[in-house]
Design a protein around this ligand. Sequence first.
Ligand code: B4P
Length: 192
Amino acid sequence: MKNLIILGVPGAGKGTQAKKISEKFGIPHISTGDILREIVENKSLYWQEIKNIMEKGELIPDELMLKIIEQRLRQPDCENGFLLDGFPRTVSQAEALDLLLKKEKKEIDFVLFLTVSYEEALKRLSQRKRMDDSLETIKQRFMVYQKKTAPLLDYYALQNKLKKIQGEGSVEEVFLRIQECIYDYNKNSDRN
Ligand code: B4P
């Protein structure tokens, strides 16, 4: 397997699908959201600052996120591929990631972009009860996504790495679409 990223608006189902991809294809699922929630739960370094930022629906500063991701990607389980969920979230995180991987003679192979309507994402998140799922915070997360994360779509499209996946439908339906996309990619890269 390869080095992948999963992108989408909050509530697109990135975490849900990433878990399934990780199980099926045997690559580690690296969710920066999960890592941050773990820091808050264990009251590790900077937990209070992280909690405040997440509750407001804002992004944690790039510098801290980069330290976290660099440490995680150095773990031996990432040697033969990984799936990043929730990272990068800004163009500067993406640029830093490319540099980091280049040093290791690696690169991102492709980016799965889960598309769902605003209404569907809002419905999904309102049914969940996470600390950052109040209506006010959800709205802020969408705004932050449009401003800071959506430009990543062009960033990866220009590198010819963006794979659009329809993210509406049941979890299994979406997962089938993702598997087809991964098999297609592997078939084409075997041919080249
Ligand atoms: P994340 O944890 O990444 O959360 P998310 O984008 O909101 O959710 P996701 O798309 O993974 O949705 P999920 O599968 O859970 O980020 C949280 C916060 O952490 C950010 O706001 C930010 O503050 C911080 N953060 C994280 N990474 C950062 C970074 N790199 N830089 C700075 N800050 C960062 O699905 C949502 C719900 O939908 C679930 O309840 C699920 O069961 C349901 N669902 C999924 N698929 C479905 C389907 N097909 N049908 C019906 N329901 C479905």
